[in-house]
Design a protein around this ligand. Structure first.
Ligand code: C5P
Length: 235
């Protein structure tokens, strides 16, 4: 970390409707934030162009949250195309064939592949409806993480509650854990159910935390980001 480049453990989710608003938010945040997540919701609103601009013109790191899932051939082709955008992180679903195909597609680039285990919005009832095997969701998350890491994922997305169990896996050595569902003390939970503070998430073994609304919808986004960075600095 340099004086000019903020602590990249904080990834701000640019969950705004289009690239123009994303750029405006990033300009408001300025040097306080060095890493941005651009999600599916922004793909049709110029998300890739924004990723390019933030990377090339502003020197930011980019996490493209696409959660890809398809047959191997299609995943590989999609990832190969995205690898040309000079991205830092890309998500795919954690099924081993998807992870292996994504690794192939990313070969020769610096883009890291992160696996999604089980979406945090799903409960056991949803998994039953999707014919997922019996068991506690928390256990299945760790099992899926292990398989995705064995298949070559550079890391996984995990809720703060799952991070410690995944960090303890031998397969997780030297791999990344990125946790959304992070809320500074006193912040609105929104629709997040399993939350932790920034310091607790890092303490549980996360390398990066993803924070969206508590920063981008704050009255003073820059101050909100700086408060999180201050918490991380003391963690
Ligand atoms: O606004 P908030 O801080 O809740 O945003 C969290 C970000 O992380 C959102 O972009 C959301 O889609 C994403 N995310 C999540 N839980 C997951 C995967 C991604 O909240 N399991």
């Amino acid at each position: 970390m340099t004086q000019m480049q903020a602590d990249d453990r904080l990834i701000v989710a640019l969950d705004v409707p289009n690239a123009l608003q994303g750029l405006a938010t990033a300009q408001t945040l300025g040097e306080a934030v060095s890493f941005y997540k651009i999600g599916l919701g922004m793909l049709t609103g110029g998300g890739l162009a924004l990723a390019n601009e933030l990377k090339r013109e502003h020197g930011k790191r980019i996490f493209l949250d696409m959660k890809l899932f398809d047959i191997s051939n299609t995943v590989e082709a999609a990832v190969r195309g995205l690898a040309q955008f000079d991205l830092d992180l890309l998500t795919v679903h954690g099924d081993p064939h998807v992870v292996r195909a994504a690794r192939e597609g990313a070969a020769g680039s610096d883009m890291k592949i992160l696996a999604v285990t089980i979406l945090t919005s799903l409960d056991r009832g949803d998994l039953d409806a999707g014919l997922m095997k019996p068991g506690e969701v928390a256990d299945l998350v760790v099992e899926r993480a292990a398989r995705a890491l064995e298949a070559g994922a550079d890391g996984v997305i995990a809720s703060p509650q799952e991070a410690a169990a995944i960090r303890a896996l031998p397969q997780a050595e030297d791999r990344l854990i990125v946790t959304p569902g992070v809320r500074p003390a006193g912040a609105d939970k929104g629709d997040q159910k399993r939350i932790a503070t920034p310091a607790a998430a890092i303490g549980a073994g996360a390398d990066h935390i993803v924070v969206g609304r508590p920063v981008v919808q704050a009255a003073d986004p820059r101050a909100a980001a700086q408060a999180i960075l201050a918490e991380l600095a003391g963690a």
